[in-house]
Design a protein around this ligand. Structure first.
Ligand code: PRX
Length: 575
């Protein structure tokens, strides 16, 4: 199999963290990372302490921790300032009787208040749940319901999407906005923060295995799953910040992901701040000008983004990039979907940077297979496993396959940031470990003779659109709630910029006729009920959808129709 579309890109010479590790690759032990942290002596830990307070204790209080900007605001915060603010937020939650282990959800756009609330809740030992701001009522409700969230932090604009009456466990809603009247039934964030003390007496020392964060993510069946991570994940957040992000003291780091997704927390909050670097957060929407100017203005040195974004930059007018001085940037990384070799080529030619692909998942909590600044890159490959990580390509029986054979991408269980459960769903959790000794990712891949891994696809129906994971089932269920829709099947259709777009096949109920107008109405329905990123960009009407005899929509057949490919075994299809 000849796959190299580009020559191997050699590393630039430099003093990279990974060079130290190469010497110890064989003997690397995650336990050694513990010595960085004070809890290696006390046994008690708190992520919020380690990402913020520790830097103040160690004399870095005056260093800028957060450089925030959006079209209206431009603010910077030192570690000392964030320590005080997160202490206040911790007191605020404590006064609202949040206790260790309670779920505090945060549903708001990227602003400093989001970061302060999230770390304030972590500081008292609560389990935080960040929700992407584009979620609509149903998506918000199902997550708050499943997690039994006790407190929600949101904004006056977004609170209309929170069906409070249907959420008996939701005791308090805190609104981040001006003029929240006292008798509104809501708590005013700014009022509460003002009256909360800045001391750290609300800080709760927890155990390494205590809950930190819940990220909901989609599978191919059923509702979104609450992926539960614990404080112990910090070992891997910290260490991959060194090996892969190559973070050093003076770096200005920008991760473009929203904290509603795992990249936006593991690598938008924990990893950079465990490493004590200045973290850039840019609010608002993507545009090439806005992003390049964010890099320029903040003198970003390390930049972590996603293939879709790189493809959009690549598709933009090539004169745009020339307007900006991007010379501060020294290291660029990508995650979330396959990084096409032509994007790597674009990055190298236009930008003079190798884009380092990294592979991991919500469930893995942190990076597992990566390209490193000190190692050659084979464009199109996800790279090689981290030290201390055993990844393999296995067959259904758990046997390791030789180089170039395609199979399940699997990881030997037991890395520090691995999810510890699927919230209230032990069965779903166990499904990942059905092959003894392995975590089975659901991705198909192969390995080459140099140990580089090559992504080939998902082996379930999960759709990756613009780097966001969407479960077809959730969209199908919502589609059939529309009065016109009888049945629905949803697939990912290959797309140049977004990787995949969502395409729905629908049949209609009696009395309805398919039209452009109905299509728009159905799209608007999904957008208001679920979220913008779940909207099928294409909808195709079919008189009947292919189903198994037991009534399951055969997405495989829909895919074959779409791609003009043979549909394979149809023996289970109804007549
Ligand atoms: O299919 C793989 C794809 O994204 C899935 C995980 O999605 P999510 O949990 O949303 O996490 C995304 C960011 C951590 C994987 O099962 N994926 C992730 N990284 C890559 C990738 N596919 C190809 N190449 C990658 N580098």
């Amino acid at each position: 199999m000849e796959v190299f579309l580009l020559d191997v890109l050699k590393p630039k010479t430099g003093n990279y963290h990974l060079e130290d590790y190469v010497k110890t690759r064989e003997s690397f032990d995650w336990e050694t990372v513990k010595n960085v942290f004070s809890w290696s002596r006390t046994g008690k830990v708190n992520m919020a302490h380690e990402v913020i307070d520790r830097h103040v204790d160690e004399g870095r209080g005056e260093k800028v921790a957060l450089l925030y900007s959006d079209s209206n605001r431009q603010e910077s915060f030192t570690f000392q300032e964030l320590k005080k603010l997160t202490n206040q937020a911790a007191h605020m939650f404590k006064n609202l009787s949040v206790q260790k282990g309670d779920r505090v959800f945060i549903f708001m756009p990227r602003t400093p208040e989001l970061y302060v609330s999230l770390l304030g809740a972590v500081k008292i030992g609560a389990v935080v749940g960040p929700l992407f701001e584009a979620f609509m009522k149903d998506a918000v409700k199902s997550r708050l319901e499943d997690s039994e969230a006790k407190v929600l932090v949101t904004t006056p604009e977004l609170v209309a999407r929170v069906p409070r009456d249907e959420l008996p466990n939701l005791e308090t809603i805190i609104l981040v906005g001006d003029n929240v009247p006292e008798d509104s039934g809501f708590v005013s964030y700014y009022e509460k923060m003002k009256t909360s003390p800045t001391d750290d007496s609300a800080k709760e020392w927890v155990n390494l295995e205590d809950g930190l964060i819940l990220h909901y993510t989609s599978g191919s069946t059923g509702k979104p799953k609450g992926v539960y991570h614990v404080h112990n994940a910090m070992l891997q957040h910290y260490q991959t910040g060194k090996w892969v992000l190559d973070l050093k003291e003076d770096d200005v780091y920008w991760c473009t992901a929203d904290p509603g997704w795992v990249t936006g927390t593991s690598y938008g909050i924990f990893s950079p701040w465990l490493n004590g670097v200045t973290n850039v957060v840019r609010g608002g929407r993507f545009s090439p000008d806005d992003w390049y100017s964010t890099l320029e203005k903040n003198k970003v040195t390390v930049w972590y983004s996603a293939p879709t974004a790189f493809r959009m930059l690549m598709a933009a007018d090539p004169t745009i990039i020339k307007k900006y001085d991007l010379s501060s940037v020294r290291h660029v990384l990508s995650v979330g979907e396959p990084l096409n070799p032509e994007v790597v080529r674009w990055g190298y030619e236009t930008f003079s940077h190798r884009i380092h692909d990294t592979w991991w998942m919500t469930e893995t909590g942190a990076m597992l297979i990566c390209n490193y600044p000190s190692e050659p890159i084979k464009p199109g490959s996800m790279g090689k496993p981290l030290p201390g990580i055993e990844a393999a390509i296995i067959n259904d029986n758990g046997e390791e396959l030789p180089a170039y054979e395609m199979g399940h991408l699997a990881v030997r269980t037991g890395w520090p940031s691995m999810m510890r459960k699927i919230w209230k769903n032990e069965k779903k959790y166990q499904e990942y470990f059905a092959i003894s000794g392995w975590y089975v990712s659901g991705d198909t891949a192969y390995r080459d003779e140099d140990g580089y891994f090559w992504f080939q696809g998902r082996n379930d129906d999960v759709i990756n659109t613009a780097g966001e994971r969407v479960g077809p089932f959730e969209i199908e269920s919502k589609l059939v709630e529309h009065p016109a829709v009888a049945e629905a099947g949803v697939i990912g259709k290959p797309d140049e910029v977004r990787g995949h777009i969502i395409k729905a096949f629908i049949s209609l109920r009696n009395g309805y006729e398919y039209s452009e107008e109905l299509k728009k109405e159905i799209q608007a329905f999904i957008k208001t009920e679920l979220s913008a990123h779940a909207v099928p960009r294409e909808i195709e009407y079919k008189e009947k959808l292919p189903k198994t005899r037991s009534g399951k929509i055969m997405r495989r057949v829909l895919k074959a129709w779409e791609l003009n490919e043979p549909a394979g075994d149809l023996s289970t299809m109804e007549d």
